[in-house]
Ligand binder design. Structure first.
Ligand code: NAD
Ligand code: TYD
Length: 352
């Protein structure tokens, strides 16, 4: 897509990654009109984008992608040129206890959004784009060797992964059947500021701060490939502007860690930041019952994105983790707000 004036709808912009994408586009492209559409579920929080909410090129619309009629009307009126679709239910553990919510939002919600996009542009798709943001979890689990590439067959293992895989298939099918102009990216595990403290890194920062146990699933030898969220937002920016239509890009940090090794690094940083005896945080580690169907290893080959578009991560894992810890420690109010109320019930059910 070119950088000329356009109307861009970002869905899920009040969530973790979406808020960084909103920031990237609102500050980077003053000539775009950016609308953030978000239902403000437990994971969506307008505090995440407080710094850009008064920008002239930014609007917020509260709305649910499960509501097909609402989307048709919105698109009919606004005729967005491009969509960057991030709104989703995103936590694997919640998908195990409540799969239907994931199917409704991630599968049906994506179909509703594409139907509205198609209806608004039935005369011509010239200069239009539907960008679908997805995950590496669609590829399933790797053994000790190998990396996910863009041609790895889909083999999703959790209800979350299966719902994202379904939405990816639907996007490609709409491209093939209706000529809908699209791109898809599949990214590895993100970390950084504004991530809801149900995911590993912010949960453990929050627990260490509050001297609560650190629940490590199974043997802790599960491997993930971690990427700093700002680098994901930069990659989305590159792909949005430079990718050929119909392409898929894998995004990853070239940065594999077993959960246990990562947790030990995090514990050391926390001991230093909190001025504690070395080893204090690690004493909170507890091995707990494993997650059902837990994928052993994810690792991304982001070579295509690097070769085609010149993207590479801008920070090392150590730098990113340091910045992340600093953000959580200097924003206690944010943590306080998101962990009050319903969070307590979730925590009790999950770990209590
Ligand atoms: P998140 O859970 O932090 O945020 C999701 C956002 O979507 C929230 O603001 C929520 O209010 C909104 N939302 C949920 N249901 C909605 C609905 N029905 N209608 C409108 N808005 C709704 O998620 P995240 O971690 O920021 O992930 C964003 C996207 O990136 C997701 O599509 C996810 O699959 C994908 N992704 C995430 C990761 C990761 O590590 N977190 C990695 C790769 C891809
Ligand atoms: P998570 O942040 O939920 O991301 P994903 O499941 O999408 O990879 O989990 C990252 C890893 O950490 C995963 O292997 C599960 C593990 N984990 C724990 O060991 N304990 C926890 O309390 C959580 C939330 C995750």
């Amino acid at each position: 897509m070119t950088e000329s004036k356009k109307k861009v709808l970002i869905t899920g912009g009040a969530g973790f990654i979406g808020s960084h994408v909103v920031r990237q586009f609102v500050t980077g492209y003053p000539n775009y009109e950016i609308t953030n559409l978000d239902a403000l579920t437990y994971a969506g929080n307008l505090e995440n984008i407080r710094d850009v909410e008064n920008a002239e090129n930014y609007h917020f619309v509260k709305g649910d992608i499960k509501d097909a009629g609402f989307l048709l009307e919105l698109f009919e009126k606004e005729k967005y040129d491009a969509v960057i679709h991030l709104a989703a239910e995103s936590h694997v553990d919640r998908s195990i206890t409540n799969p239907n919510e994931f199917i409704e939002t991630n599968v049906m919600g994506t179909a509703n959004l594409m139907n509205a996009f198609l209806a608004a542009h039935q005369d011509s798709f010239e200069g239009k784009l539907f960008y679908h943001v997805s995950t590496d979890e669609v590829y399933g689990s790797l053994g000790k060797e190998g990396l996910f590439t863009e041609t790895t067959p889909y083999d999703p293992q959790s209800p979350y992964a299966a719902s994202k895989a379904s939405s990816d298939h639907l996007v490609r099918a709409y491209g093939n059947t209706y000529g809908m102009p699209f791109v898809i990216s599949n990214c590895s595990n993100n970390y950084g500021s504004h991530q809801f403290p149900e995911k590993l890194i912010p949960l453990f920062i929050h627990n260490i701060k509050n001297k609560k146990e650190l629940p490590v699933y199974g043997d802790g030898q599960y491997t993930r490939d971690w990427l700093y969220v700002v680098d994901h937002a930069r990659a989305i920016d590159e792909i949005f502007h430079k990718a050929k239509l119909g392409q898929t890009y894998n995004i990853g940090g070239f940065n594999e860690w077993t959960n246990l090794d990562l947790i030990h690094v995090l514990c050391k940083i926390m001991d230093r930041k909190l001025d504690q005896e070395p080893g204090s945080s690690a004493q909170l580690i507890r091995f707990v019952k494993d997650r059902a169907g837990h994928d052993r290893r994810y690792a991304i080959d982001a070579g295509k994105l690097n070769r085609d578009l010149g993207w590479a991560p801008s920070v090392t894992f150590e730098e990113g983790l340091e910045k992340t810890v600093d953000w959580y420690l200097s924003n206690p109010d944010w943590l306080e707000h998101v962990t009050s109320g319903a969070y307590q019930d979730y925590y009790e059910k999950m770990y209590g």
